[in-house]
Each structure stands twice: as C-alpha cells, then as structure tokens.
Design a protein around this ligand. Sequence first.
Ligand SMILES: [Zn+2]
Length: 290
Amino acid sequence: MTNFFTAAVLSACTLGMVACNQGKANKVTSTTDSSSTTTVTTTTTTSAEPAKATGKMASNAEIMARKQVPVLCYHQIRDWRASDSKSAKDYIVQIAAFKEHMKMLADSGYHTILPDQLYNYLTTGAALPAKPIMLTFDDTDLDQFTIANPELKKYGFKGVYFVMTVSIGRPHYMNKEQIKQLADEGNVIGSHTWDHHNFKKFQGKDWETQIDKPTKKLEEINGKKIEYFAYPFGLWNEQGLPELHKRGFKAAFQLAEKRDANDPLMTIRRILDSGYWSAKTLSNSIRNSF
Ligand SMILES: [Zn+2]
C-alpha cells in the first residue's frame, strides 16, 4: 500500500515536472513583464523605510506589477536510492545538498517569510524583510520534519508545509503531533488536498472530499485556521479558483506557470529546487525566475 502510494506520488510529481518545464518557457515573458517595475519594487522590498501600506486592497493589476517574491518548493529530502528514477530525482534533494542550499540562502542574506507576510505585501504593499524568500514543502514527507526543519532552525528560517491529509500518520509521512509541532514552532501549515488528485478535474463532491474535509482536519490538528493551498502537481484551472475564494482561502500556490492576471493571489508561482541543482544553480534560478 505504501509502495503503491509512493509510486503514485512520484508519478504525480513527474506530471508536475511537465508543468514546471512549461513554466520555464514562460519565464522569458514574465521576466520581460516585470522588468519595467524592477527598480521600483526593489526599493519597496528592501528599503528601511516602511512601504506605503494604505490598508486598501490592491487591484489584480497592482498585484501583478509588484516584484514577485521567490518561493521554493521541496518534496523529499533524502539521499538517492538505486531505485529512484531519473525524473524522480528532480523531486528528491539529497541531505548534503539541502544543507548547502539552506546555508547558501543564509549566507546570501535571504530572510524567509510566511504566507501572511506575502499576502499583506501583495494586497497592501506592506514591507518585507530584505531579500525575502519563502520555503514550501509539499506532500507530508517525514524527512521534512526530521531533516529539513532542524536545518531551517539553524538559520532562524520558517517554512510552509502543504499537507495531504490522507498520508498523515502513514509510514514515512508526518503524524498529527509532528504537524502540530511545526505549527507551534511558528511554521505555517497549508492544505494540499486529501489524496493529491488533479484540481482541474474536481467536481461535485470532490470539493468536499479534497478541500473542505482536509481543511477541517488540519484546523483540528493545529488549532489554527487553514488559509493557504497548494495545487497537486501545480495544476490549476480558472474555473476552480472561485471555489477557493468561496472557502476563505487567502492565496494558493502553483508551480512555475504564468500567473492568472485576473487572480494572481490564487496562482502564486513557485520553482522546484531540483535534486540535480548545486547551491550556485539554485542561487541563479532564484534570481532568474521571479
Ligand atoms: Zn504534491
């Protein structure tokens, strides 16, 4: 059962990689789009004086015009096994590499931010720390708790953990107590559906099974409201976005595809930190992708 499930998630991730690669093709467009605003927004994000936070909600056009904050996406943090496929290794960052990548971020002066900070920056222009970055972890893998979290703590970093509730407590996945501990330590728990089905295909009762019930379960575990969502495989469609708004989500995270200009909060971009990347490659990708 576990093997089947792992295989399902990994093959799922291969699909996600397709989305990610497509996103890379879009990168040129988005870089061009944001180039005219780069100077202004750099000032906004790094200036010592507070950015203009008017309290008024920004329009979608204003949100699109702000400089994007880099968001990284991780899955498994463990050493490769002989059985790992070439494509699976994109999703498995080896332990030594993960440690180097976190050290590079700290040495480069990056500060991790949490979804509320990103939401406030996007919607009101609220100030962010210098060199802001968000670290997100999908799929509930246990090594995120045992390997990644202690590494983040070394640098005072916080993370966002997008949990699929079906796997809670299964072998190699986090249990309720571990998820609660992450939340209690100041990290944020978000929803990643019940069992990782394609959001684009949700209909009828799926909204209850894949969204409502997992939200309720995660809120029971954490004693906190669940307000952020990550799409399985990074896949989303325009028609589904109102369903997330209706349920009170403040923002949702995809992979590296272009954002929906009519709903940028529900299509925030992330890049995968690939298992093949050196710290240098990651550093360049962060600068080039957002
Ligand atoms: Zn996932």
